[in-house]
Design a binder for this molecule. Structure first.
Ligand code: SF4
Ligand code: SF4
Length: 499
């Protein structure tokens, strides 16, 4: 500002803080007053460039959340987490609990994506895409403002004694929130039971949906509790992501920070002395007032900061009004704060990208090469094998067939080797409806003489009337035979000797 022409030696600048240095302990919980009572946040939002980007993203995420259980893809909702059948339908792909490799690749992909996003973009996830921020800032707070007015009016109303007007306003606000929460809850539950199933049953036979109704009521209550009362405390007290961020972040991670070189020493315009040098911060506290968690970003990076960038928009607005360049509070990194150039590609980024490519690449490859059915054969019965009166050795097994087609398939099973093996299947053909799983019992009988060391591999061929064909191997158990019995006795003796 104008006072900057005065000699620089006149004022002692405070020692530079690291942006990772936490605020004094007594100021860490901005949502708590000195007497331990909760401070309710009423952020004064400036509708700047970042707020507009966040709003556009928020509306897109709302649309996505409400549309996904409604849009059909391949005969199922786009996202349908069918817990009753223990299968997930995601954009036309069906995942079964037996898809171990697929689920492992998916889990690894998600975990590494979180680390990659956290280390590169810091808490931008929290500010731009986390449902907690998105629904609170762009749905529940606007509804609150509709009934109670802006932040100042809200504070006045809260401080006012209870009368008919206050009770009416609060009741109307909570009723509107309840309608929104119910819609969110129904949509959330529809992800697990299907929207049409949910609505038809609720209309035609609500008593058959007691469990679902209870879930809808509980989720509605939780949403109201969280967005109506708990609010910023979810981010500052309950959510572990902010704490995890300290592990994921490094000097090149993007963060929101106050430029203390430029801003300090801060002072209100009216308090500035003519013989002193001041920074650009006029200590108006617009940045603090705009913060949804009440954080004072000028104290450095703190766990309470959820990267909403509302302080950037607020400070930019102040800078424009007093005729100074914007960017006193801005997106930067610790390295940039120290006057160096931020590195976008660094060793940890490369490692994350390589693992991400492996995880998502494996998932894509597995999805693209999935067969029309999944076959599993497991041992069954209490005894490993039974010697039949005719000398044959019988093994009991279970054959589990998962039909991954959208049409019924009829499966048959036969044995390819060893020759002379007989097979009994509890039903043949095995009829499996679209996207269903059927388990049948099978008994495989082979001659005693084919066993070697009490084992013999058997190969089955499973085919369907829709062209599916798969060969599956299994190890049958049986007697050791004379030579084998001797070997087994020798082994038992050796074991006994050791004891
Ligand atoms: S300090 Fe700034 S970026 Fe951090 S939560 Fe508050 S307003 Fe958002
Ligand atoms: S909004 Fe900008 S000028 Fe005002 S107190 Fe915050 S950093 Fe300083």
């Amino acid at each position: 500002m104008a006072e900057k022409e005065a000699p620089a030696a006149a004022v002692q600048l405070p020692a530079r803080r690291s942006v990772f240095e936490a605020a004094p302990e007594e100021d860490l919980l901005y949502s708590m007053s000195a007497d331990g009572k909760r401070k309710y946040m009423h952020p004064v939002v400036r509708k700047g460039r970042y707020w507009k980007i966040r709003r556009a993203l928020a509306y897109s995420l709302f649309a996505l959340f409400f549309a996904l259980p409604l849009i059909p893809v391949g005969g199922f909702p786009a996202v349908f987490l069918d817990l009753a059948s223990r299968r997930f339908h995601i954009f036309g792909a069906t995942f079964n609990p037996t898809d171990n490799l697929l689920l492992a690749a998916f889990g690894l992909g998600i975990i590494v994506t979180v680390f990659f996003v956290g280390s590169t973009f810091g808490r931008m996830w929290c500010g731009y895409a986390c449902p907690q921020t998105v629904y609170l800032e762009f749905l529940f707070r606007p509804i609150e403002a509709l009934f109670e007015g802006g932040p100042v009016k809200q504070k006045r109303l809260n401080a006012a004694p209870w009368d008919l007007r206050k009770a009416g306003t609060k009741a109307a606000k909570w009723a509107a929130w309840a309608v929104v929460a119910l819609a969110m809850s129904l949509t959330f539950v529809a992800y697990f039971v299907g929207f049409s199933h949910l609505l038809w049953n609720l209309v035609l036979d609500p008593l058959s949906m007691r469990g679902t109704l209870f879930t809808v009521a509980a989720v509605t209550a939780l949403i109201l509790f969280d967005f109506g009362w708990f609010r910023d405390q979810m981010c500052t007290i309950a959510c572990p992501y902010g704490r995890l961020q300290n592990v994921m972040a490094d000097k090149d991670t993007i963060l929101v920070a106050y430029d203390d070189k430029r801003g300090d020493p801060k002072a209100k315009e009216k308090d500035r002395l003519p013989d002193r040098v001041y920074g650009d911060c006029i200590d108006c506290k617009s940045c603090v007032a705009s913060c949804p968690t009440g954080t004072d970003i000028r104290r450095g990076l703190q766990p309470e900061c959820i990267g909403s960038a509302q302080c950037i928009d607020a400070c930019d607005d102040v800078m424009r009004r007093i005729g100074l360049p914007i960017g006193l509070v801005k997106y930067t990194s610790e390295r940039e704060q120290a006057g160096e150039v931020r590195r976008i590609i660094r060793p940890r980024t490369i490692v994350y990208l390589v693992i991400l490519a492996i995880a998502w690449g494996t998932l894509a490859a597995l999805l693209l090469t999935r067969g029309d059915a999944q076959i599993e054969i497991v041992r069954n019965g209490r005894e490993p094998y039974r010697i039949l009166p005719d000398g044959g050795v019988a093994n009991q097994q279970r054959l589990r067939i998962t039909n991954q087609l959208r049409e019924e398939q009829k499966f048959t099973v036969e044995v390819l080797s060893p020759r002379g093996t007989s097979l009994v299947v509890s039903e043949s053909p095995v009829v499996v409806e679209a996207d269903k799983v059927v388990t049948v019992d099978i008994v495989t009988t082979v001659a005693q003489g084919v066993f070697h060391d009490g084992q013999v591999p058997v190969r089955y061929l499973i085919r369907s009337d829709r062209g599916f064909r798969k060969e599956a191997d299994f190890l049958l158990l049986g007697p050791y035979g004379e030579e084998g019995e001797e070997k087994r006795d020798e082994r038992h003796e050796q074991k006994g000797g050791k004891h």
